[in-house]
Ligand binder design. Sequence first.
Ligand code: ZN
Length: 465
Amino acid sequence: MKKALFATLCSIFLCTSCNSEKEPADILILNATVLDVETGEETPGRLIAISGDTIRAVESMDSEDQFEAARFIDAQNAFVMPGLWDMHVHFRGGDTLIQENKNLLPLFLAYGVTTVRDAGGDITPSLLEWRKEIKNRQLNGPAIFTSGPKLDGPSPAWPGSIEVATREDIPAALDSLDRLDVDFVKVYDGSLSEDVFYGIITAAEERGYKTTGHMPMTADFMKAVDLGLAGSEHLYYVLKACSPKADSLTQVNPTYGMMNEIIDSYDPDLAQRVYAKLKEKKVYITPTLHIGKTLAEMLDVDHSRDTLLTYMGSGIKETYRGRIEGAKRARAAGSTMREKMGQISDEMTKPMFDAGVPLLAGSDCGAFNSYVYPGGSLQNELERLVATGLTPTEALKTSVVNGPAFFELEEYYGSIESGKVADILILEKNPFQDIEHLREVKAIMAKGQLFEKSDLQEMMQAVKE
Ligand SMILES: [Zn+2]
């Protein structure tokens, strides 16, 4: 972040100290229709000057001759907005899948995703290396924010997690995360105790980390919110808080087995009080609707011809078996929990948004999450958000505006304005009118580096080879 600001200051200094009347820029985008996702405004006829990784100026086309640039792009009235943020992805699968994970990085760019929030995995050293290489333009991919390893209990659900059995283990676990230089803390509920979960939230906050993730079913969501929980992944835990039966069900059977009754006893009035609190405390909720639907319908949908399946490595495709077998077992046992969860998730989303809860667009793509593909699945998630009743502009806000807001980086991201990072998506058609127009990517800029359509197609082709 400091680097972007430094670059801006340097270029202003260079300009005022030289005699040229024209302002130098690396790239000028001409005839852009700039979209403001926050306000829904569309401003045609703009010129955007980019130097290094930063937007230097956004002016009317009348000021074109005030600038000189090494490269010009005529947007021909195409629509220009900030790059997309996918706030829930995974890089994982152990050492044997490191290369396959790395191969997928360009797919995010090809689908307009310039930033991802990695919600925990088991190849953290590689991921941190890529984070650095992408920052230095040595590798093509989205900017990466990562939690590093998940924090879980003494028998973690996912490989690579840090085991936190008691409150005494928390400082050492956070020390490990400090050493890795992670961006936030992700908790998981494989075997995490309620008390340790609460302890992590408080201790992480004291060190300046935001905590998000799963929650042990024994725990009380609203208590976690009061302790400073910054976010919650998927809707199980919010949903639990919206059932008046939650306390009694927790006494009897504190497992996901309670979800059927939780769903059946969802109370819209109680939900409004929960949502008001989430708004007040700025708790970021990531509904992950697309993966919910994909997993619920997995046995009934033929994925063999999915365009993006052909880009997945054989090792990653192999990891899809687990979810498929799980779905078969659930069906054999007569469980309809996933289907019901999908339905109630769709019903809750718009009321949450309308109540002012900050929602985040997250796909949950990655190995083990069958048929949820990098890049494409974030577009699917935005389409699902629209299907629940959000306007396309509101859905985009959950990605482009709320993504940076989670990390308190609004100053640098979220709009096409002077001083912001040059992560830019150029679209043939207006996504405010139809969210599917996101699929018509004309070009993308990641930290000022331009990828035209042909570059993106070449990168995609290279993934297959
Ligand atoms: Zn996940």
